[in-house]
Design a protein around this ligand. Sequence first.
Ligand SMILES: Nc1ncnc2c1ncn2[C@@H]1O[C@H](COP(=O)(O)OP(=O)(O)OP(=O)(O)O)[C@@H](O)[C@H]1O
Ligand SMILES: [Mg+2]
Length: 341
Amino acid sequence: MLNSMLGLFSQDMAIDLGTANTLVYVKGRGVVCNEPSIVAVQHDRKGNRNIVAVGDQAKSMLGRCPQDIQAIRPLKDGVIADYQLTEEMLRYFIEKVNGRRNFVAPRMVICIPYGTTEVEKRAVRDSAESAGAREVHLIEEPLAAAIGADLPITEPTGNMVVDIGGGTTEVAVISMSGIVYSRSIKVGGDHLDEAIINHLRRRHDLFVGPRTAEDIKIQLGNASSDFPFREMIVKGRDLVRGFPRTVTVHSDEIREALEEPIRLIIEAVTGSLERTPPELLGDIVDRGIIMTGGGSMLSDLDTAISQTTGLPVIVADDPLSAVVKGSGRALEEMDYLRMMS
Ligand SMILES: Nc1ncnc2c1ncn2[C@@H]1O[C@H](COP(=O)(O)OP(=O)(O)OP(=O)(O)O)[C@@H](O)[C@H]1O
Ligand SMILES: [Mg+2]
C-alpha cells in the first residue's frame, strides 16, 4: 500500500545496463535515455579519479582525450569490470532522468546478462541502491529481450531468442516464463570491431580506432556473399611511417575479416538448437528464431543464420531497445516481476 503510494511520486524505471549502451525506460513515458556506457575520468596528482563526462559526451572523447583523461567502459564482455564507475554511471543516468529534486526514490528493474554470478548481482544491486533506488529487481537479459520482442513467453511454447550485444551473444530457449536452455558467449559487436582493426593493421598497415572500426562495420560489414559490393574511404595512421593516410576498403574484405567471430555466433545458435528438447524444437521450427541487440543489425547476418539452420530468422523491430522495453514491461506488469530476483 505504502509502496503503491510512493509509486505515484517517484519515476519507476527500467535500465538496460549494456556493455555498449545504457538505456532507461520510465514508467508511462517509454525510453527516455539511450547513451553509450562510457565514462571519461581525469586522474589528479594524488591518483584520484574525477568524472569529466558520461555517455554521449564521453564517447565523443574516445581516442581523442589528453593524456590525463581516459574514456573508460565500465562494463566489459557483458559483466561489470569497474564497480565504482558503473555506480557513478548509473547515478548519472538516474539523476538525468529523475532529476535531483525528486524526493521519493524510484523502483528499478535492471537487466543483467544471463549467468551473472551472485557476487556480480549483489554489486549491481548495491550500485543501484547507492545511486538512489528504493527497490531493485533484476531481470535476465534473454527474458527481457523476449518480452521486448513480444514473444508469448508465458505460454507453454518454445521461443528462441538470440541477443547480440556489444560484449556478448546470448542464445536462450524460453517457455512458460522460464529459461529452458541458454548459452552465452563472449563474442559481440565489440569483437567484430576488433577484427576490423586487426584486418586493417595486417592488410593495409593502417591503424584505426574503435569508432572508425564500428563505422566500417555498420557501412560495409556483412555476413553473406549476396551482399552488394561496396567501398569506403577510411582514414587512419600509417603504421610504418606514422603519418595520416587514407585507404579504400571494400565490403568483401570486411566480410572475410568478420568470418571468425560470425562463425562463433552461428555456432552458438546451432549448438543451442542441438540441445533444445524436441517438443520445443518443433515450436521453434514453426515460429523461427528472433534476434535482438545491436549486433543483429549486421547486414545479412539473419540470412546467414537462416541458411545454416534452415529456420526462419526474424530481427525484432528496433533491436537496440528490445531489452529495455521488455524490462519496462516487466516493471509495468507485476506478473512479470514474479519472474525476477
Ligand atoms: N547497424 C549495425 N550493424 C552492425 N552492428 C551494429 C549496428 N548498430 C549497432 N551495432 C552494434 O551493436 C552493438 C551494441 O548493441 P547493444 O546496444 O544491443 O549492446 P549492449 O546491450 O550494450 O551489450 P551487451 O548486451 O553485450 O551488454 C555495438 O557493438 C554496435 O557496434
Ligand atoms: Mg544488451
